[in-house]
Ligand binder design. Structure first.
Ligand code: SAM
Ligand code: DTB
Ligand code: SF4
Length: 350
């Protein structure tokens, strides 16, 4: 174990995490920014691009999601895209400077008949020199092994919120189902991307529970996406927010969540994900100060609008940020059984 990894704790208590949330805002930000600098280059932000390779018609009932068949969001269901069309999307993302291509499918889980095409897509995108990430719902150990064998770099599967709030948002699967898939992904040697959504009407205690779940996994996720709810009309949560605008998360509380995630998971990439489009430049700047160091680029997420390359380029210029070119500090190539800190991370310490 390196000195760097020795400073990584997986025994956080809820009380400790709650105490971080309770710090005066400037003190919390200072601590998060200090931790960030110990493990990352603070002026670099990773660029990732999303593509929905199978949209809508999902049998799950996630209360935030425009793609659930039970939502009345107007999103049309499509079939799994052709390999060639996906590769075209990846080429465009690469040209736009993106390091990673993240592909999402609106599935509860992939069917066996889908796997050969998925494997072909992973191999194709990798051959173009991009990192690959997929989010396809629940995976069996065997499916995770197939994806690892294909060379998939990352798998995204969010715990979404704290365990106590989970069944208020989703009823068609439970928290343990999510954790089981994360374990299958980890055991297959694929890097784990797992985070959640802030602003779904949860309490601060739920946000504490959310960070606690991730920060006490045997190994922290390599990437932690923090989404701000994008309220979509026709979904239970979108409609709830339309009725009770006061339920909308306060920007400062959102930044606090990013900062606490950074402190508890020092080496992970913390990704400022959905909801950036409606965030002010100042709030985004606070998120970067609080340790967020990855974003989704382009003008579309999966179905929701995103900030767009021009506005991001302008924001980066204003803030003096640049796209990350090196590797994530925790990234494991070809599987990891611990002790994965790279030379990049060591160098970042100066
Ligand atoms: N079906 C797969 C699954 O649920 O794991 C993959 C796709 S799903 C869209 C990926 C993640 O996007 C969700 O877990 C959720 O955290 C996030 N997400 C979906 N809709 C969102 C919304 N309206 N606002 C913010 N985040 C959202
Ligand atoms: C994640 O945590 N955020 C991304 C990614 N993982 C797949 C997805 C955000 C989706 C936002 C809503 C939409 O585009 O439909
Ligand atoms: Fe389906 Fe994923 Fe949307 Fe849930 S979040 S409804 S599993 S696409």
């Amino acid at each position: 174990m390196t000195g760097l990894e020795a400073s990584i704790r997986t025994d956080w208590t809820r009380e400790e995490i709650a105490a971080l949330f309770d710090l005066p805002f400037t003190e919390l930000l200072f601590r998060a920014a200090s931790v960030h600098r110990q493990h990352h280059r603070a002026d670099e932000v990773q660029l990732c691009t999303l593509l929905s390779i199978k949209t809508g018609g999902c049998p799950e009932d996630c209360g935030y999601c425009s793609q659930s068949a039970s939502a009345d969001s107007g999103v049309e269901a499509t079939k799994l895209m052709d390999v060639r069309a996906v590769l075209q999307g990846a080429a465009q993302a690469k040209d736009a400077g993106s390091q990673r291509f993240c592909m999402g499918a609106a599935w509860r889980n992939p069917k066996e008949r889908d796997m050969p095409k998925i494997v072909e897509i992973v191999k194709g995108v990798r051959a173009m020199g991009m990192e690959t990430c997929m989010t396809l719902g629940m995976l069996t150990p065997d499916q995770a092994a197939q994806l690892a064998e294909a060379g998939l770099d990352y798998y995204n599967h969010n715990v979404d919120t704290g365990p106590e709030y989970y069944d208020r948002v989703i009823t068609t699967r439970n928290y343990q189902d999510r954790l089981d898939t994360l374990e299958n992904v980890r055991n297959a040697g694929i890097n784990v991307c797992s985070g959640g959504i802030v602003g779904m009407g949860e309490t601060r205690a739920d946000r504490v529970g959310f960070v606690h779940t991730l920060a006490t996994l045997e190994r922290h996720p390599e990437s932690v996406p923090v989404n701000a709810l994008v309220p979509v009309k026709g979904t239970p949560l979108g409609d709830m927010l339309a009725d009770t605008p006061l339920a909308k998360i306060d920007d400062i509380e959102f930044v606090r969540t990013v900062a606490v995630a950074r402190i508890c998971m020092p080496m992970s990439m913390v990704r400022l994900s959905a909801g950036r489009e409606s965030m002010s430049n100042a709030t985004q700047a606070l998120c970067f100060m609080a340790g967020a160091n990855s974003i989704f680029t382009g003008d579309k997420l999966l179905t929701a609008p995103n900030a767009g390359d021009d506005s991001d380029a302008a924001l980066f210029a204003r803030l003096g940020l640049k796209p990350m070119e090196g590797e994530e500090p925790m990234r494991a190539v070809g599987g990891c059984s611990g002790g994965c800190a790279t030379k990049e991370a060591q160098a970042a310490l100066g």
